[in-house]
Ligand binder design. Structure first.
Ligand code: CA
Length: 634
């Protein structure tokens, strides 16, 4: 085999990867004794550097390079112990287990690779000082208002990175929803003041790491390099600067990460460390997208396996999270980014498709390093129990604690839609919203759920309500006063619209984000009157929220809808500053007598309309048709 390979000039590792590994290794080692037949190369070490004083003393380095497994590894640095060098199926990999003592100081040391007693090359590894500033990683709470954007589609702050040579996709075409448009991290930095003015406290971008795919990977979920910001968005250093700039402005940053899959152009997919790196199937098998199969007590094992191990799409291979090398690789990568850049929260893509045992272990490891970090998982499901199943605290008798703080609350989103658009009935219309919130007992803490009206995967809210401006304002009023952490999708504040089939339609460029755009909707003069009204509406509520203890930390109390009117309160121990929200989704003006709300309103004499600033007579409140009134009680 070896002779044959040499004769045909085919890389020998290609043959041996999936064959009888032990026997072939043995032959190889015999042949190599005394003379070095194969050139060895070092291509990458990941994580590229690490940090002192981490909670977990263990670190596993992935080393990739041609025939690297044929070399001997040595290193010498005070406080760093070389525990084990793991060889795997593919000789182009080594996994080096290190143990770092608490006393290990920041500094550089050489990791030496040698063969036959001869040094081949070395890698300069660095331990950087851990940033222990207690204010650095702040977490994401109900005090926040998250703005979700797609970096390719928000603003082009650096034209020099629009097309990057060496990447697979070279065309820039703003006329096509499938191509890159040139937006980048600098464009976001340039508009942090715009967002702050709007009342946003927290920016969540769809994934910024490299997606070097042939087409349509501007969304960021087909990762091809876990440690590198996509060069079309900027550099790792620029990303770090973006986080620091946001922090300096009193804002926070959420990073969107993908555990479940990668893109087929990922460098490790092209040269897999081992067959079990991925969930492999005899022929391509797609996930069923049926979250029920992981919670259903009647589910078949085959259905469960297809949901968890099936590939998301054919261009996104599914990582085998039961493989300890994969586990270390992913977990360390996320810890690396948080420590490197100082991220406040993580959004976990396709949460329910991941291996549950690994994800629980991941959460514990990440929280041990960063106790203040916030984490929420994407759960696009259709019922409260399906969401609660994934959340921490084992509130649903699963027999297993996921340690997941929060989820994206799709069920509440559906209930808000029904509450605004639906026809009222015993369980329909506004009663759906009431009933959905009554299920909050299933969560350990519903206030850590990320609540939203839409996102990058669904029709824009303004279109969902038929471009009815009253309904739009109703939805935003609920979003910004309801329990949970509100997220708004970019452009909602300027009435961007469209339906999500195909999804490129809901990912159009923010007007004014590019030099030469006909309209600049980042400024009032570039917006229509109606867009300015929408912008001011969001801004007023979002900025009110920033100073309202009831909305930032308060509890929720809701009352059974009567006469098609739904009322809820956000409140703290002090009645002062209680927020009362009144929803009238009908076409009729209504009068609301407030007597039955005395639990929350006793002693109240003044009710101020938060949007208009007017004081209202409190005993009997006029509620116009298709309106959500937000009142502050004093
Ligand atoms: Ca650019």
């Amino acid at each position: 085999m070896l002779i044959l390979c040499l004769h045909l000039q085919i890389p020998f590792p290609f043959y041996i990867r999936y064959l009888n590994m032990k026997k072939l290794y043995f032959i190889l080692i015999i042949l190599l004794t005394g003379f070095n037949l194969f050139a060895q190369k070092l291509e990458r070490v990941e994580p590229m550097f690490w940090f002192t004083e981490m909670h977990n003393p263990k670190l596993q380095l992935l080393v990739h390079g041609e025939n690297i497994a044929l070399s001997t590894v040595t290193l010498s640095y005070p406080g760093v112990k070389l525990v084990k060098v793991n060889k795997v199926e593919n000789p182009n990999y080594l996994f080096i287990d290190l143990e770092l003592s608490k006393s290990a100081k920041a500094g550089k040391f050489l990791i030496n690779f040698s063969a036959n007693g001869k040094k081949l090359f070395s890698y300069t590894y660095e331990l950087k000082n851990r940033n222990k500033s207690p204010e650095r990683i702040q977490g994401v709470t109900q005090k926040d208002f998250i703005y979700l954007l797609m970096p390719d589609r928000f603003s082009n702050g650096d034209k020099s990175n629009d097309v990057v040579q060496g990447l697979t996709e070279t065309a820039l075409n703003r006329d096509s929803m499938y191509y890159r448009h040139g937006g980048d991290i600098q464009g976001v930095i340039n508009h942090l003041d715009y967002l702050k003015d709007l009342g946003v406290t927290n920016v969540w971008m769809t994934p910024e790491v490299e997606n070097d795919m042939a087409n349509a990977s501007y969304h960021g979920y087909a990762v091809t390099d876990h440690y590198k910001i996509d060069p079309r968005y900027g550099t790792n250093e620029l990303y770090k600067k973006y986080v620091e700039t946001a922090h300096a402005k009193g804002m926070k940053v959420i990073k969107d990460i993908v555990h479940n899959h990668v893109g087929t152009n990922h460098w490790f997919y092209k040269d897999l460390p081992m067959k079990s790196w991925l969930n492999q199937w005899p022929k391509f098998t797609q996930t069923s997208y049926r979250d029920q199969t992981v919670m259903d007590i009647h589910a078949s094992e085959a259905d469960r396996k297809q949901m968890l191990d099936g590939w998301f799409v054919s261009s996104m291979p599914d990582l085998n999270q039961r493989n300890p090398f994969v586990q270390n690789y992913l977990t360390q990568n996320h810890i690396w980014w948080i420590e490197y850049a100082g991220i406040d929260g993580l959004r976990l893509d396709t949460y329910g498709y991941n291996d549950p045992v690994y994800m629980a272990d991941w959460a514990l490891k990440v929280q041990a390093e960063f106790p203040r970090l916030s984490v929420f998982g994407e759960t696009l499901v259709t019922a409260v129990p399906n969401q609660a199943f994934f959340t921490g605290g084992n509130t649903v008798n699963r027999g297993f604690d996921t340690h997941l703080q929060g989820i994206t609350d799709a069920t509440l989103k559906d209930a808000i839609y029904e509450g605004i658009n639906g026809k009222n009935g015993w369980v329909d219309g506004i009663n759906r919203l009431y009933a959905t919130l009554a299920h909050d007992f299933l969560y350990k803490n519903p206030n850590t759920n990320c609540i939203f009206l839409d996102n990058h995967d669904m029709s824009r809210f303004y279109s969902v309500v038929g471009e009815d401006f009253d309904k739009y304002k109703m939805g935003l009023s609920i979003l910004l006063t309801m329990r949970g952490i509100p997220e708004m999708y970019y452009g909602t504040e300027i009435l961007m619209k469209n339906f999500s089939n195909p999804d490129g339609l809901i990912r159009s460029d923010f007007p004014g984000g590019w030099d030469g755009d006909k309209k600049d909707k980042f400024i009032a003069e570039g917006r229509t009157n109606k867009e300015n009204e929408a912008f001011t509406f969001v801004k007023t509520l979002a900025n009110y929220r920033k100073n309202s203890p009831a909305l930032q930390t308060g509890k929720l109390m809701q009352f059974v809808p009567q006469d098609d009117i739904y009322v809820y309160f956000r409140y703290n121990d002090s009645a002062k500053g209680t927020v009362m929200v009144i929803v009238n989704n009908t076409d009729k003006d209504k009068n609301l007598n407030t007597d039955r709300f005395s639990e929350r309103t006793s002693g109240i004499t003044v009710a101020k309309n938060v949007i208009s600033g007017e004081n209202l007579s409190f005993k009997e409140i006029k509620v116009p048709a298709r309106t959500t009134l937000v009142l502050e009680l004093n």
